[in-house]
Design a protein around this ligand. Sequence first.
Ligand code: HEC
Length: 183
Amino acid sequence: MTSTREQWMWRRFLSGVAVAVAITAAAFVVGGAQGQEPQPLSASDIADGMRLYQQKGNCQACHGWAGDGRKTDSQMPDGANLRDTKLNRSGLVMTIKCGRLNSQMPAFDKFAYTDGRCYGKTQADLKSYATRMPDPPATLQQREIDLIADFLIAKIAGKGPMDHAKCVEFWGSETDACKEFPK
Ligand code: HEC
């Protein structure tokens, strides 16, 4: 026959097990979600992508610092307005890696037209296009292309025309670049 105290101990033990099971289950759900969904973008990754866009990739020479197509280098081809782009993340990544055939958008993947990874084409196929893709200012690693795509999504793609408030948010403070936009 079990005493009242034994019953109490037993109930306490069982409720302890239930809590442990619940915690483990919650950990699995959270862990599972982390495995599938992209990690939230960190501010430092976005800043890295912005730097790559401005400097190593020199995207702004053709697309403008705001991505609105107002190029910063008048000698460069007119880049698309990236603020209006309909491309999703993988479309952006693909365009940066492979450039755009028959246009002046360069391919930034060093091996873009070597092994068919870009639209199944090789260097020889490129000769048949009237407009030749220019060489990129520098080639980019996959990780760098990912960072630029993340920066574009966070700060440029689908964000509409630049205005004063967006400019201050873009640079993180009131800067000279924002003076041209009325408050
Ligand atoms: C030499 C000039 C030049 C440079 C440098 C350049 N682009 Fe472009 N880019 C273009 C042109 C021109 C187009 C338009 C191509 C076309 O006619 O479809 C374009 C198109 C694009 C598009 C497709 C937009 C859309 O909605 O279809 C993306 C995305 C893009 N560029 C991103 C970048 C990024 C990111 C960089 C830097 C890593 C970069 N570009 C560097 C000239 C350039």
